[in-house]
Write a protein that binds this ligand. Structure first.
Ligand code: PHE
Length: 344
């Protein structure tokens, strides 16, 4: 029996040496070590051996088994390495290949204008403040000197959510929120950009949703001349050094006196053209000295403190600046429109 086992081992090892692929290897494994394999077959005959012979043969059989297993293991590892190598060869990456270009993006003209305005005012020492788009009637109207049933509420048709909550119609509520947050400290110097909502029918110059940028300054001895100088400086930085401004009397419930501010037409320099409708001036913003009631509601004594505020529409400025003739272009995500602003 011992000879049989040795012969089996010799035969198996020889055949295994010649194996060239994993499938053949598996077949030989089954042939020799499988349940119905040849080694198992030989071991079955052990029942007929004497008690002395059995452990001796058993030991030989184990040695044969482990010798065969070892060769199979080595071969298996070799095949695995070969396979990995083949896969690596096949998947070679050509690092010199030209990459796929990413399309160049651009900043939306509205965001660009808002950023530009923010930058100008930050340069003058202002901070940027934001507030909620869903507001209470108190912040949007009442604290801005617009009590319930005040006729001036009609100037801004509103989307009400409940009787007391609405989509803000202006960024002016941020004035009150900022004043309250400042707790009576001065100077207050903020600009507040943001979305506002009004019940307007959309057309080329109206949208139910647009953007305002509000400015507020409060301190001691803040005068109308400070407002004028600030706006003059802003317009020069925004529209060029030759930009001039003019103030026209106007009305806002939260400022007194109130003005409408025009900038000299940057296209014709004031001569009169299609953009300025031959007037030489472009209407840009509303402004005024903060009303004493508003100061009081924000926690500032109007006997000691004064301030100015102004508000402008981002869409209008972007339309003038880039010659856009329909406000709806800003919101429709027409790629043809948006792409014109890439890289500027
Ligand atoms: N909130 C005003 C509007 O929407 C604009 C404005 C702001 C006017 C601040 C004066 C001062 O019409």
């Amino acid at each position: 029996m011992k000879e049989k086992l040795e012969a089996l081992k010799a035969e198996a090892l020889e055949k295994l040496q010649a194996v060239t692929d994993p499938q053949m290897l598996n077949e030989l494994r089954v042939k020799y070590l499988g349940k119905k394999g040849e080694l198992t077959e030989v071991l079955r005959g052990m029942g007929g051996l004497s008690a002395e012979e059995r452990p001796v043969i058993g030991q030989v059989a184990n040695l044969v088994r482990s010798a065969i297993e070892e060769v199979i293991g080595t071969k298996q590892e070799l095949f695995q390495q070969q396979e990995t190598q083949n896969r690596l060869n096949a998947e070679k990456v050509d690092v010199t290949l030209q990459g796929r270009g990413l399309p160049q993006g651009g900043i939306h003209p509205l965001s660009r204008v808002i950023q530009e305005i923010e930058d100008i005012f930050i340069g003058m020492g202002y901070q940027v403040a934001e507030g909620p788009e869903v507001e209470t009637d108190y912040y949007n109207f009442e604290a801005l000197n617009l009590p319930k049933n005040h006729p001036a509420r009609d100037m801004q048709d509103s989307f009400y959510i409940t009787e007391d909550i609405l989509m803000r119609t202006q960024t002016s509520p941020v004035q009150i929120r900022t004043m309250q947050a400042m707790n009576g400290e001065t100077p207050v110097k903020v600009i507040c950009p943001g979305k506002v909502f009004r019940r307007d029918d959309d057309d080329a110059t109206h949208s139910f949703q647009f953007h305002q940028i509000e400015g507020l300054v409060i301190g001691r001895n803040i005068r109308m001349s400070d407002l004028k100088g600030t706006l003059q400086q802003f317009m020069k930085e925004m529209f060029g050094p030759s930009a001039g401004i003019r103030l026209r009397p106007s009305f806002f419930p939260f400022t007194e006196p109130s003005v409408e501010v025009d900038v000299s037409c940057f296209k014709c320099g004031g001569e009169g053209c299609r953009l300025c409708k031959q007037s030489g001036w472009l209407e840009i913003l509303g402004a005024g000295m903060v009303h004493p009631n508003v100061l009081r509601m924000g926690g500032y004594d109007p006997e000691i403190y004064s301030g100015f505020a102004f508000g402008m529409g981002a869409e209008r400025i972007a339309m003038l600046k880039y010659g856009i003739d329909d406000i709806r272009y800003f919101y429709t995500n027409d790629m043809g429109f948006v792409k014109q602003f890439k890289g500027i």
